[in-house]
Design a protein around this ligand. Structure first.
Ligand code: PLP
Length: 356
């Protein structure tokens, strides 16, 4: 096979999405205009928006009372939009790594912010569980998949207060019980779309409770009443997201995707555990199905650069680990085919045969 793309984000998307996107850039739906030059208020784009929202709701089984919004600014903008809209007195954050910390850093500007649990003591190699959640919080913020450290919360936790989740890097990778959350957000560039669009799933009844004045662009209610068209939405990324969601639906939806993702991840983790040259960095029960982090095993540390070159020469792209973890990270998002994972496993075996 050619190049196998393990980039952490922006990242691999279904080939069908690329093909249909490239066609739409030249002539969108046979209307003789590019998707890049039509009005976001045209009936043609309105149909794209409506279908994308409908697919998003259908695939994640979003209950009544929730809105799905597509906005700009990335997950990092949501880091302050969330407290702006929801933090009156006190917010709780679970510190599971860099992104969680960045989210917490913004909340501090809006009210009392407490760190309810943290895995910093072990360089974020696990996900804290079983901690007490204070009941006087306006909301509790969690990060369900820690892209940099390769840890993931594999279930929807119960919370006595409104639960807010950054699902940037595991959205649509498994079924989610949306009813357990007040708000879910994320940058779409990990699993759904090119960079530029941010998804927000919000339960309407949590809004409008803070006493501060909200700039319109910050207020989720503007985007709800505007149907994600309060201002010009990221038209092209939304179009590509629709193509990704169509692909996901045709494949059998999120349940089916979850099965495939578990199988793909097991292939790679099994190799990491069996291969004497490598070891995983996250504790087993919290291993991410999306971002697989590993390093050279004890005694083989000096082979890291050599393996990176070896793998790159064999078409593996983007496997360098984040600088905070080191080693390697293979991001195996929804669109990564099983053959891609097997190709990496083959490279690891080949390297072990030479060096072991
Ligand atoms: C990538 C990522 C972000 C940052 O997203 P931006 O869209 O670049 O702001 C935040 N949280 C998580 C979990 C991520 O993986």
């Amino acid at each position: 096979m050619g190049k196998v793309n393990f980039n952490a984000g922006p990242s691999i998307l279904p080939k069908a999405a690329f093909e249909n996107a490239s066609k739409a850039v030249l002539d969108f739906d046979g209307i003789g205009l590019s998707i890049l030059e039509i009005s976001h208020r045209s009936k043609e784009f309105q149909a794209v928006m409506d279908e994308t929202v409908a697919l998003f709701k259908e695939l994640l089984n979003v209950p009544e009372g929730y809105h799905v919004l597509f906005v700009g600014g990335g997950a990092s903008t949501q880091f302050f939009h969330v407290p702006y809209n929801l933090l009156e007195k006190k917010a709780g954050y679970v510190n599971t790594g860099v992104w969680a910390k960045k989210a917490m850093k913004e909340a501090v500007n809006f009210g009392e912010t407490v760190c309810v649990a943290s895995s910093e003591d072990k360089n974020f190699t696990y996900v804290p569980k079983g901690y007490d959640i204070p009941t006087d919080l306006d909301y509790l913020h969690i990060t369900t998949n820690n892209t940099i450290y390769g840890t993931e919360l594999h279930y929807d936790m119960d919370s006595p207060v409104t639960l807010v989740a950054d699902m940037s890097s595991d959205i649509m990778s498994r079924p989610v019980d949306v009813s357990k959350y007040g708000l879910i957000y994320g940058g779409a560039q990990k699993n759904l779309a090119p960079a530029g669009v941010t998804f927000v799933i919000v339960r309407e009844d949590i809004l409008g409770k803070v006493s501060r004045k909200l700039p319109s662009m910050v207020d989720y209610r503007s985007h709800i009443s505007g149907g994600s068209m309060y201002n010009t939405p990221p038209v092209f990324p939304i179009f590509v997201m629709r193509e990704t969601l169509r692909w996901l639906k045709a494949l059998g939806g999120v349940e089916k995707m979850y099965e495939i993702n578990k199988r793909k991840a097991a292939i790679l983790y099994d190799e990491i555990d069996a291969n004497p040259l490598f070891k995983g960095t996250a504790v087993k029960e919290d291993r991410s199905l999306m971002n697989v982090c590993f390093v050279m095993n004890d005694g083989y540390e000096e082979l890291a650069d050599e393996f990176r070159t070896f793998a790159t020469e064999r078409g593996m792209v983007g496997i360098k680990g984040h600088r905070l973890v080191g080693g390697f990270r293979a991001s195996i998002y929804n669109a990564m085919p099983e053959e891609g994972v097997k190709a990496l496993v083959d490279v690891m075996r080949e390297f072990a045969k030479i060096k072991g």
